[in-house]
Design a protein around this ligand. Structure first.
Ligand SMILES: [Zn+2]
Length: 343
């Protein structure tokens, strides 16, 4: 008899809100630190685990940065991407649209960036090697989303988005852009012109909105043309906004585990996943930064069942939504929807 966990694993799923850097487990971090060569000694697992200890949202951002610091060059990024792909395949994720914190890469190493203008191109080539191998060996397809940091300068975001636009011509796997970082310090309005420019270049527009802020941040994100919203936790405080999200079927990348761990939602029971779903919103579940939050996307499906009472039929709908809300071509979406229907 197949258990619910086994069935969830078999159910084809797309993950739409996943930060590459947030998939790096302490174990992978040890492997990454060992790539440094003989001069520097590798980190122990205990040292790696200590980096993941944080108390609140601000502490999480600091821990995230500490892990990103270990990603020094192409070899580290390739290994991190490969370990992420293995983990996705293990959970039955068949397609993922993955945020790369490109803004952080430039901000963390200004010296190297000045000295070596080709560094990012080499990092990206390494990520592409992992992506192609993942598709071939694991049957998992990947798209990349270049993520800028909203509380850095506008010039830094412009650089990230224009790089995505320029590289996309040669690398169609670069499907879109996004804005992460601290919403309490910067909203979406300042990025209006940059979003329009990115859309004109054929990039799809995602945005973190309403995670640590109120519904006005979600309205602002919609106002600059964001097509898919990360978190949207505070939407339910605004009935008219809820109605607009429902009517337009704006895809929401919900991350219940993340919201509980960063403390922006008091408990899983209180997370609006079920209420949004019942209100007819276009809801998907995602893991955000699984290595930091301790739950994979397969765990999120299981918890939707265990905590919010989602039936198999409802979990199928979540899986269908994940492909419908993806940036895959229609024919690919349909292929996965057919497979979910018979699962
Ligand atoms: Zn996120």
């Amino acid at each position: 008899m197949e258990t619910m966990e086994e069935w969830i694993r078999r159910l084809p799923k797309a993950e739409l809100h996943l930060h590459l850097e947030g998939t790096i487990t302490p174990r992978t971090l040890v492997e990454l630190s060992a790539l440094k060569g003989e001069q520097a000694s590798a980190m122990t697992l205990a040292e790696a685990e200590a980096l993941y200890a944080y108390e609140d949202f601000t502490g999480f951002l600091q821990a995230f940065k500490a892990v990103v610091t270990e990603l020094r060059g192409p070899a580290e990024y390739e290994l991190a991407a490969w370990r992420m792909l293995e983990a996705l395949a293990e959970q039955g994720v068949r397609h993922a649209e993955v945020y790369i914190s490109v803004g952080v890469i430039f901000r963390l190493r200004p010296e190297e960036d000045r000295r070596d203008p080709e560094l990012f191109a080499r990092i990206f080539a390494a990520l592409e090697r992992a992506r192609v191998r993942g598709e071939r060996e694991l049957g998992v397809t990947l798209y990349w989303i270049f993520d800028a940091v909203r509380h850095f300068t506008l010039d830094e975001a412009a650089r990230v988005f224009r790089l995505a636009a320029a590289m996309r011509r040669e690398h169609p796997s670069i499907v879109g852009i996004g804005l992460g970082g601290d919403e309490r310090q910067a909203g979406s309005e300042p990025f209006r012109a940059l979003y329009a420019e990115a859309a004109a270049a054929g990039l799809r527009l995602t945005n973190h909105a309403g995670e640590t802020t109120g519904p006005e941040a979600i309205r602002e994100a919609l106002g600059i043309g964001s097509e898919r919203l990360g978190h949207a936790l505070s939407a339910e405080r605004d009935a008219a906004l809820m109605e607009e999200l429902r009517r337009r079927q704006v895809p929401l990348e919900l991350n219940p585990g993340s919201n509980v761990r960063t403390g922006v939602c008091p408990s899983r029971e209180e997370h609006p996943l079920r209420r949004y779903f019942d209100a007819g919103l276009m809801v998907t579940v995602n893991s955000d930064d699984p290595a930091f939050f301790g739950a994979t996307v397969a765990d999120e499906y299981w918890l939707a069942h265990a905590v919010h009472g989602f039936t198999r039929e409802e979990l199928r709908r979540l899986a269908e939504n994940s492909f419908r809300a993806s940036f895959l071509p229609e024919v690919e979406k349909q292929r996965w929807l057919d497979q979910i229907g018979s699962c």
